[in-house]
Design a protein around this ligand. Structure first.
Ligand code: UTP
Length: 275
């Protein structure tokens, strides 16, 4: 049985919906209770059993590399001032992280293609760092991995959404296989008219390396970007693809509202702990 040990985190987008702050601060570095957003994603990957990560960055995302690097100055300062108890706050995550730069943000599809050598012949996960899943039980990615281990084929995270919101998402046509698992037969990016269901794609995927050939065959799609959805559409004609309705609640920090909702939720959790 194949298991998934590698993950790609595409973080090279411009974050235009979060302007003006994203002129200087990548949305992956937005603070969430003292940690940057991307650290939540890395922790989810580690807790799900991932052992190697590739982060796709761009020229203005060096802050992400700095954050996961050692900070020799801080280490020396904490040692010198007798604050060794804080050293555990600045050690990087216990996982191998590599980086690749996307020269121009021309789509999520191109970003994932940059992971072709990293994935090699292995299945791999993709975690979009602007979708933060607040765990109540299992990490979101672990739910997808359980389905992958059962079916050994592509798995996509799904979320049932209000009809009004579907026009902003990839939406699937799928058969319910029970236990929050679906078999997907079609996918439409940002449907303008009648969506095929109320099941929207959210930011976690498991792919076989065959996805790279579908990405390579695709040109530019909606918005002039190389769309992952177009590659998935090609894959669906030849391979099985499953969906999982993830139980953890998703917060899209790519919008101010999603970010504020997440902070509000964490504040109310912390208030409950204080009571
Ligand atoms: P989004 O479309 O949500 O992010 O892409 P964006 O492009 O940064 O933001 P907006 O739409 O301009 O506000 C989903 C994920 O894919 C990455 C983004 O960094 C984000 O994490 N991405 C997108 C890339 O890595 N490269 C791209 O060319 C496009």
């Amino acid at each position: 049985m194949k298991t998934v040990k590698k993950a790609i985190i595409p973080a090279a987008g411009f974050g235009t919906r979060n302007l003006p702050i994203t002129k200087v601060l990548p949305k992956e570095m937005f603070p969430i209770a003292g940690k940057p957003a991307i650290q939540y994603i890395i922790e989810e990957a580690i807790e799900s059993g991932i052992e190697e990560i590739l982060i796709v960055v761009s020229r203005n995302k060096n802050m992400i590399l700095d954050y996961f690097d050692r900070s020799l100055e801080y280490e020396a300062f904490l040692e010198k001032t007798g604050k060794q108890h804080l050293l555990n706050k600045i050690v990087g995550p216990a996982i191998s992280i590599q980086y690749v730069r996307q020269p121009f943000a021309d789509g999520l599809g191109t970003a994932i293609l940059l992971g072709k050598r990293f994935a090699s012949k292995d299945p791999f996960a993709v975690l979009l760092p602007d979708d933060i899943f607040l765990q109540s039980g299992q990490p979101a990615l672990r739910e997808l991995l359980d389905v992958y281990e059962n079916y050994q084929s592509t798995v996509i995270a799904l979320e049932k959404l209000n009809e009004k919101l579907l026009k902003n998402y990839g939406v699937v046509k799928a058969i319910d296989l029970q236990d929050n698992t679906y078999e997907i037969s079609d996918i439409v990016e940002k449907p303008r008219s009648t969506p095929p269901s109320n099941l929207a794609v959210s930011g976690r995927y498991i792919f076989e390396p065959s996805i790279f050939s579908y990405l390579e065959k695709g040109g530019k799609g909606v918005g002039g970007e190389v769309q992952l959805t177009d590659a998935i559409q090609k894959l669906l004609k030849l391979e099985k693809c499953y969906g999982v309705e993830v139980s953890a609640k998703r917060y899209d920090i790519g919008t101010d509202k999603g970010y504020l909702n997440l902070i509000q939720k964490l504040m109310s959790n912390s208030k409950k702990e204080d009571e």
